[in-house]
Design a protein around this ligand. Structure first.
Ligand SMILES: O=C(O)CCC(=O)C(=O)O
Length: 296
């Protein structure tokens, strides 16, 4: 158990690793764990290579803007910290959204196989892929406690994959999840600082937080009603990079904006313009057509 602290981070116990369940041929125990805990921590689900390739590409953009060096270390006097919504952040974020390896990572066969096992049917990977660049000492702007269903709508049976882009010790600002909160209804929210801009009253929910160190290739996935929040990035000079990808059963309703680029500042045509390999573009169209009986 970690002690609660002045930065407002909750006390937490360690994640339960469900990696062995994901590797088993029978999906029953994996589904039972997902239904019970509302989250799955899957160590080494992804090979580190493609995760680190996305990290390197994003850090290249950040280094080009002078925010940090190519290793993610913020030098004294560097511009920032910047947060989502600020013009400097959004200009760099547009460049992240154009990165082919970033979008391709969301379609990694180990991710789609995981959700096929969890759902027992065809998987719709939302293309609205999210990246986060969290500066050091961002405490007031660490993502507040929330349920993704508020933003996703469509079907509650949507699961988020939170993937640290590089090794992510808890002190770098990992994610904390409230065990079993997937069984809660959609909760009231209030305006708050940090990604998403709204928070639930987490203190009223108890202290069943789990969190911990994660490594490149680890995946934390959770149900759209599962309450989660970021821990503060307590490091003096390290960027925390992560990705959020979402998946749902293909036969369930989908909100139209889940099929748009995150923040909808660019079109898919603009995002795809520089891609070397055209496969994977508009991947959701075929999945939705098949799920709704229209064929490929
Ligand atoms: O990475 C973060 O700080 C926030 C991730 C998250 O909670 C989300 O996108 O829903």
């Amino acid at each position: 158990m970690q002690a609660a602290d002045a930065a407002g981070a909750p006390s937490w116990t360690a994640f339960r690793d469900s990696g062995p369940l994901a590797a088993a041929p029978d999906a029953g125990p994996l589904r039972a764990r997902a239904a019970e805990d509302g989250y799955l921590l899957l160590r080494g689900l992804l090979p580190a290579g493609p995760v680190l390739a996305v990290r390197e590409a994003i850090l290249g953009l950040c280094a080009g803007a002078g925010w940090c060096d190519a290793g993610g270390r913020v030098p004294p006097g560097a511009p920032g910290p910047f947060i989502e919504g600020q013009p400097e952040y959004m200009a760099l974020y547009d460049a992240i959204q154009r990165l082919e390896p970033f979008h391709r990572l969301a379609l990694h066969p180990r991710l789609t196989a995981l959700y096929a096992a969890l759902f027992g049917e065809a998987v719709l990977a939302h293309p609205r892929n999210i990246a986060r660049v969290m500066f050091p000492n961002n405490n007031p702007h660490a993502t507040p406690a929330h349920q993704d269903a508020l933003h996703i709508r469509g079907t509650p049976e949507t699961w988020t994959a939170w993937i640290p882009l590089g090794d992510c010790p808890a002190d770098l600002g990992g994610l904390a999840v409230m065990v079993g909160s997937n069984r809660l209804p959609l909760l009231d929210t209030r305006p708050a600082l940090g990604a998403g801009g709204r928070a639930v009253d987490a203190e009223a929910l108890g202290d069943a937080w789990v969190a911990g160190d994660m490594a490149a290739g680890d995946v934390l996935t959770f149900h759209s009603h599962t309450v989660h929040r970021a821990l503060p990035n307590r490091t003096a000079d390290r960027m925390r990079l992560s990705a959020d990808f979402r998946y749902q059963p293909a036969s369930h309703p989908v909100a139209p904006d889940s099929l748009l680029p995150h923040f909808a500042r660019l079109t898919w045509e603009e995002i795809y313009a520089g891609w070397r390999d055209p496969s994977g573009r508009y991947h959701w169209r075929e999945v939705l057509a098949a799920a709704r009986g229209g064929g490929g």
